[in-house]
Write a protein that binds this ligand. Sequence first.
Ligand SMILES: [Zn+2]
Length: 263
Amino acid sequence: MTDTDTDILADDRLHRFARQLILPGFEESHQLRLAATHMLVIGAGGLGAPVIQYLIAAGIGTLTIIDDDVVDRSNLNRQVIHPENHIDMAKVDSAAIAGKAMDHQVNIHPHRSRFDASNAAALCEGVDVIIDASDNPETRLAANDAAHQHHLPLVFGGAVRLEGQVASFRSGIDEAAPCYRCLFPEAAGRDLAPGCSEAGILGPITGAVGSIMALEAIKQALMPDQPLGSALDGKLLLFDGRYMSTSVITVPKSPDCPCCGAS
Ligand SMILES: [Zn+2]
């Protein structure tokens, strides 16, 4: 976050965010905080689409979006930020065009590449929250390690078939907190963790999971001094859309974790 932002909202911004500004516990200072927040969204696909849309709609000031893929016709059942006429366009460019159309004031930095250890430090520069909306275990682990190393909160989400998961991790901020590797130490093979291209996915599932991820990211941006309820810190929300059931499990911190453990 920068400290160069003004301390009052312009009239058109007050009007734009009027319905969230009347929420109990959500003040103009919260909105200004969101406007000064920079989030890194890893993945502009099924989860990234609703994440990006709802973050921009809520007034997040700056988004860095990284994805190495192009829009494919088979993405359109769920990747709702990409219109049909963006097929074959880089997803980050498509998302940037759509995002600027939503709010011309949002700053969007598109990066057409894959997030990994080689570019993590540069991409985390100036960022306040990392959102893992990727679709593969290698990127998930890289996102976790970067969040821990750069002392940033990580919002994780996953969706396949009619199921989803969301969690937030603050191991780089709170020594007692677990990280994603405490839950999944190594990258699972595709046979254990099939992707959407193998197992299928229904669009509203990524919409629901991505929306929860956006809410988590907003909460993380407002911590610790302007909290909005409580977040899924160190907790994994499991969502089963087939039977419309949810459960939350606590992720124990692993003393042997290769990322955040003592050893
Ligand atoms: Zn850990």
